[in-house]
Ligand binder design. Structure first.
Ligand code: CP
Length: 337
């Protein structure tokens, strides 16, 4: 039987995502114990993390398994990610060999690798996570790649369901925020996919020039249509907020200036006021729209203190849900039958 990876929510289809969400809800209620005894998860972090690393380590421990963490270049060999190169530079080990060897020790691999910020036309292919999935004969879990953060998206979907109940037809605003750095688009794309798969009416509010990748928008639109939802785009944040049931705040960089930081910063500069304030929150449905953010968040840059610490904010529950959905993913991929 071929192995199964968790690289993107949409790969699992509506039924697969629904099964994961139901399992996560049962896990959160304390109905499921064990199931990963003597199982090993090897996690490769090419980039930093607080939530993803600790929640996966905790998940493996809670179910009787073990998680190990490698940080290439910090205690494990630096990885070469290009194919066909003469490795006479600083990289010591090729991803092909690392994936094959780790799959002999572990029952699953999990990989975090952000874009390098050079060339979107190349990096949008998401080659590193796909190489790990190709060369590992054990399941591979995406801990955030260039294009997707499916564990975050799954936690977002569980959070939306918990707080809104029936999600179909409810208004979900994905709100771009100003940020000093050009952040990747994996989280906003995955959040939009989560809202689309939940059948919500999604509004992507962003300044002109900050569209998500067109293929991601096509995927989001297809998924929303299949689930009974809609997708629209707005460059007016204040009008987009009217009647919102959920607001997901996220900063991301202009893909048109990918790899050109000064040009990207100049494009962001006029939009410093794209920030979730208490005034903007009052325009949501009865002023009670829930506020999501993947964290880490830059306080008073992306979202004001009063919003993050107020009653509409569900960001800590959203972060907690990372643990529950990942326990579900691990049990599905590695659990004993
Ligand atoms: N949201 C998220 O993935 O958090 P970390 O980057 O801390 O893992």
């Amino acid at each position: 039987m071929s192995k199964r990876d968790f690289l993107a929510m949409e790969d699992w289809g509506a039924d697969g995502v629904e099964a994961l969400l139901r399992l996560a809800a049962r896990i959160k209620r304390g109905e499921i114990e064990g199931g990963l005894e003597r199982r090993v998860l090897a996690m490769i972090f090419m980039d930093p993390s607080l939530r993803t690393r600790t929640s996966f380590e905790t998940a493996m421990f809670l179910h009787g398994g073990h998680a190990l963490v490698l940080e290439p270049g910090k205690g494990s060999w630096t990885l070469e990610t290009e194919h066909g190169v003469v490795m006479d530079g600083s990289s010591v080990e090729h991803v092909v060999d690392a994936a094959r060897v780790l799959a002999r020790y572990a029952d699953a691999l999990a990989v975090r690798a952000f874009p390098k910020g050079n060339d979107w036309a190349v990096e949008r292919e998401d080659r590193l996570i796909r190489d790990f999935a190709h060369y590992s004969d054990k399941p591979v879990i995406n801990l955030e790649s260039t294009r997707r953060h499916p564990c975050q998206g799954l936690a977002d979907a569980l959070t939306l369901r918990e707080h809104l109940g029936q999600t179909r037809g409810k208004k979900f605003v994905l709100s771009w925020a100003w940020h000093p750095k050009a952040l990747p688009t994996a989280v906003p794309a995955s959040a939009a996919i989560a809202g689309a798969m939940m059948g919500m009416d999604l509004v992507v509010a962003r300044p002109p020039g900050f569209d998500l990748d067109p293929d991601d928008m096509a995927t989001i639109t297809r998924l929303a249509g299949a689930a009974g939802g809609t997708v629209s785009v707005s460059d007016d944040l204040d009008s987009a907020m009217h009647g919102a049931d959920a607001v997901y705040v996220k900063a991301w960089g202009a893909l048109g200036a990918f790899g050109r930081p000064e040009e990207g910063a100049a494009l962001r500069k006029p939009h410093r006021e794209w920030r979730l304030t208490s005034d903007r929150l009052r325009a949501t449905r009865d002023g009670k729209g829930i506020v999501l953010h993947c964290l880490p968040v830059r306080r008073n840059v992306e979202i004001d203190d009063a919003v993050l610490d107020g009653p509409n904010s569900v960001v800590v529950n959203e972060a907690e849900n990372r643990l529950h959905v990942q326990r579900a993913v691990l049990l599905e991929l590695l659990g004993r039958p």
